[in-house]
Structure formats: structure tokens, C-alpha cells
Design a protein around this ligand. Structure first.
Ligand SMILES: NC(=O)c1ccc[n+]([C@@H]2O[C@H](COP(=O)([O-])OP(=O)(O)OC[C@H]3O[C@@H](n4cnc5c(N)ncnc54)[C@H](OP(=O)(O)O)[C@@H]3O)[C@@H](O)[C@H]2O)c1
Length: 345
């Protein structure tokens, strides 16, 4: 039977590399690229069709950072497909990153260099802002929009006698210390990216607890350090070019410098081939690469906390109610305004 796979943020980087790998595996797939920028989505589709001429590649407009867009995209998915087998929650942002240059150079020539690149601990902060829904942008994009998408697609993801999977692209930068349940959106901190990824890890745990019995299984991945638009946004590209020889050298001694999107997509692709019952809900599946350049997947235990995961899940459900109420009021106002205009015309 044809499998339906939806990938968010599929127009570049790890998402696009994943799509390429999935089509190489299964040319019968029905692949849906869920993207914000449709021009880039078209280009990604053309690139995929250039190497897989008979593939079925659909495009879907989705700005995962906008509630209205998520709801509209979910409607469209429900209209197009009768079920979703895999939902890859891969879109992500790290806006206005600030690097602590002093800490970076100190780390570059220290024993901590690998850990520094792997986790960016003590090195990276971001400036976040509010989006048009009044939500913190990083939280909305990396976590809440995806949560809402799952909620909207539950009728397709939780079907009797059928197994569906969601796969999160998390990060080794997901740190418990950056997250506070009192400030889920990370309004008051300077590490919204780290906070959003930790919350995604906790949400995945909760989804497994609540939804496995309904046939929905969730997994978390870490792509390693990959050179993509996201990483090029952290430091100027000339700088990356300059330190790239050092990076390739370090790569011999560590396995987390996956560097290419193809290698970064390793664990996301690996999960596609696994039976969900064989997976550990408390594990994060890491894309790694050996000294000889062979990529592989390794499960490592997450900093898992069942109490925290339940708290995150409850907070998101509450916020969903608030957001839906606000949207209903906004739509009612719009309708009333439209009616008023048609009456005075
Ligand atoms: N690169 C790394 O080293 C690394 C490490 C750990 C985790 N990750 C995670 O890997 C995932 C993919 O990132 P990447 O490294 O491949 O970077 P990337 O090339 O910048 O890809 C990010 C993707 O997300 C999309 N996106 C951003 N905001 C969106 C929105 N509001 N709605 C829909 N799509 C949106 C982008 O589309 P647009 O064209 O519209 O911007 C793009 O397709 C992210 O979740 C990131 O956090 C990356």
C-alpha cells in the first residue's frame, strides 16, 4: 500500500536531504513537502523529480509559525489523504543568534571543543520576538505549530488498526537548564531555541504515553552538526569557510560532526525503516558519522522526566484552548465587519 509521508521544512537542508533518501528507498511513496516558502518548495520538488522522475511529490503551503496557516494546511491534508503514515516535524528556526566570541575562541583551542560544537552550551543565545498570534516566534515555530498540526491531524494519525509515526528533528542543544515550565514560551530567557527543543523532547514522551494505544508513535532525533542555512545564519559564511578545515579534522575524532544534510538526515531516515514497537520512547536517535565518513544511527537516553513531560503536554493543551478561543473571536469579528460592509453598500 502507498505510504503518505509529510515533511515540514522540506525545501532545504536536512528536510530536503531526508526527502531524497526516502524516495531512494521507496519510489511508491506519496511525499508531501510542507513548506512556508513555495518558490523554494517548487525548486526542491524539481530537484527531487530530477533524480526520481516517477515519484509522487506534492506541495503544501504551511507556515508552522502561524496558527491560521497550520489550521488551513491541516484541512488541506485531511482533504487530500485518508491517512498519514509519517509526519516529520522538521521545520525550525534560530533567529538572531549571538555567539559569545570570547567563549568560542577559548573553546576552539580547548579539550571542550567537540562538546562546544555539539551542544553550543554557554556559546549561543538568540533574540526572539512575538509573532502575529502574540506567541514567541521560536516556540511557535519549533514546537507549538507542530503540536497544533498533530492535534488537527489526529483523525488521520490515530486510526484503529493502523500505525502512524511522528518524528521530531530535535537537537543536542535541547537542554533542561534552558527550559522552565513557568515560562514555556521562553519569554524571559535568551535561549529560546534550546528551550523549544527540550520541550519538543518532553512532548514526544507525553505523546507516546497518551497516544501509543491509539496507534500513534513519536520519536526524537538529533542530526548532529550540519552545515545548512540554519548554521550559516549563526556565523558569517566566510568564517565557516575559514574554520572548515579544522571542522573536518575534528570530525576524525568525534562522531557528531555529520556536516552534510545527507548525513544529518541519517537518523530521520533510519527511523523510517524501523518498527515502532522496537523503539525506545525515552531515547533520542542521533545521526552520527564514523572517522571513515560512514553515517549511522545511535540511540542515546534523553534527559527524560515523566512529570515534566506531562506538565509540558498539559500546558500546550491549555494554550491550544486559548489560541482557538482567540481565533474564534477574531473570525466572528471579521464576519460581523463583512456583514456590516455588505449592509451599507
Ligand atoms: N543544522 C544543524 O546543525 C542542526 C542541528 C540540530 C538540529 N537542527 C534542526 O534541524 C531542522 C532543519 O534545519 P536545517 O539545519 O536543515 O536548516 P534549514 O536548511 O534552515 O531548514 C529549516 C527549514 O525549516 C523551514 N521553516 C522555518 N520556519 C518555518 C515556518 N514558520 N514554517 C514552515 N517552515 C519553516 C525553512 O523554510 P523556509 O525556506 O521557509 O525558511 C527550512 O525549510 C531544524 O528543526 C533545526 O532546528 C539542525
Amino acid at each position: 500500500m502507498e505510504r503518505v509521508v509529510v515533511v515540514t521544512g522540506a525545501n532545504s537542508g536536512i528536510g530536503l536531504a531526508l526527502c531524497e533518501r526516502l524516495l531512494t528507498d521507496d519510489s511508491q511513496l506519496r511525499l508531501c513537502l510542507a513548506c512556508r516558502n513555495m518558490q523554494r518548495a517548487e525548486a526542491a520538488r524539481s530537484a527531487l523529480l530530477a533524480s526520481h522522475a516517477d515519484a509522487r511529490v506534492d506541495l503544501l503551503h504551511l507556515d508552522v509559525g502561524s496558527v491560521q496557516s497550520v489550521l488551513a494546511a491541516a484541512q488541506e491534508v485531511k482533504a487530500r489523504y485518508s491517512r498519514v503514515d509519517f509526519l516529520y516535524l522538521n521545520a525550525g528556526i534560530m533567529p538572531n543568534p549571538q555567539v559569545n566570541v570570547k567563549a568560542f575562541f577559548k573553546g576552539l583551542f580547548s579539550r571542550n571543543v567537540i562538546n562546544m560544537f555539539a551542544t553550543a552550551e554557554g556559546l549561543l543565545t538568540q533574540q526572539d520576538g512575538l509573532n502575529s498570534d502574540g506567541l514567541q516566534e521560536v516556540f511557535a515555530t519549533n514546537l507549538f505549530g507542530h503540536f497544533l498540526l498533530i492535534r488537527e491531524l489526529e483523525p488521520l494519525l490515530c486510526q484503529a488498526g493502523h500505525v502512524s509515526r511522528v518524528v521530531w528533528t530535535s537537537s543536542s542543544n535541547a537542554r533542561r537548564s534552558a527550559f522552565s515550565i513557568e515560562d514555556v514560551q521562553h519569554r524571559n530567557g535568551t535561549e529560546p531555541y534550546s528551550s523549544s527543543k527540550y520541550a519538543a523532547d518532553m512532548l514526544s514522551l507525553a505523546l507516546n504515553r497518551h497516544k501509543n494505544s491509539q496507534g500513534l508513535f513519536s520519536s526524537v532525533t538529533c542530526p548532529g552538526l550540519v552545515m545548512t542555512n540554519l548554521t550559516y545564519g549563526i556565523l558569517p559564511s566566510c568564517f565557516w569557510t575559514l574554520i572548515m578545515p579544522i571542522m573536518w579534522l575534528i570530525r576524525i575524532f568525534t562522531n557528531t560532526f555529520t556536516l552534510t544534510p545527507h548525513n544529518g538526515a541519517e537518523s530521520l531516515h533510519w527511523l523510517f525503516l524501523q518498527k515502532p514497537e522496537s523503539l525506545d520512547p525515552r531515547a533520542k536517535y542521533h545521526s552520527l558519522v564514523s572517522g571513515l565518513g560512514t553515517s549511522y544511527t545511535q540511540a542515546r537516553q534523553m534527559d527524560a522526566d515523566e512529570g515534566m513531560s506531562q506538565a509540558v503536554y498539559s500546558e500546550l493543551l491549555e494554550l491550544e484552548k486559548v489560541v482557538r478561543r482567540k481565533l474564534a473571536v477574531k473570525n466572528a469579528e471579521k464576519e460581523a465587519h463583512g456583514q456590516y460592509l455588505s449592509e451599507i453598500e
